[in-house]
Ligand binder design. Sequence first.
Ligand SMILES: [Zn+2]
Length: 325
Amino acid sequence: MTINELRKQFPDEMSCRLFFESMIWSSGRVCPHCESAKSWMIKGQSAREGLYECGRCGLQFTVTTQTPMHSTKLPLWTWLLAMYLIGSSSKGISSVVLGRLIGTTPKTAWKVGHAIRAMMASVPAELPLLMGVVELDEKYLGGRPRFQKGVKHKCGKGTAKQCIAVAVEREGSARATLVPHAGESVLGPFVKGVVDTAAYLMSDHNPAYVKIAESFAGHSFVDHGEREYARGEVHNNTAESYNAILERAKIGVFHYMSKEHMQRYVDEATFRWNQRVPDVSHTRRGKEKVVMKPLPVIEKIQNLLRVALNVQIRWTPNSSIYAIA
Ligand SMILES: [Zn+2]
């Protein structure tokens, strides 16, 4: 879908609003304050477009109430365009570029980007546990130490960079979260929380996984220390390629991710990874090959809006930092 086709399908605020309403209230309009299904549209010259009043609690609401777009002053078309641009990019868009494309200041675009990332973060909660062959890995993400010229962080364990635990199902979806270190005490609860116990684990030689794997169907690992990266089907290269996407997004798009907001960027990468479906294609020799194909961007936008209700972000008075309520 091109931007032209998007504009043709949603030519005005009304069409955007009807689309948002059909996605956010997919099983009928509900009051975001009390969940009552009884409400009516407020009509009259002074009433805003799309304003409803609840029949039970009497409070007013619109389609963006209690979503990350709560009390937005931007047209819904701007939100839709931002979702389209972020959803169709391969690694994300910096707030400076996003602002230029949607016609806002970089600061507003930064907020829009994080609001959309908050919706992206809610999508994995709806997904089932990882099954089949699940690859595990850790990723250390961060820039060079600040204010110290020529100094680099150590590689791997013992670095001051942020550690991220990663679990990826082969030809399936991914989960990733920030963790304080790569020890068994934190990786264990993460893996047990996102992976089905009937799954077969693959990892590198981190001894933590041997202990964790006792609760799962099986476990194989490759020893990167011995420069072993694959032994037939035994490898964790899928998890490594997820990690590479995170690294490329940091280097090529965002340049700097503070530890404070890094989980949101990780959630964006995970959303993008998970919004793909296996597609069978053929190699030149006619052999069957499964490749992961991204979903059409309009479906990604629909999946974002479906989880938007009750996802909230709060801005601090200086409007720079937020917390999920
Ligand atoms: Zn109500």
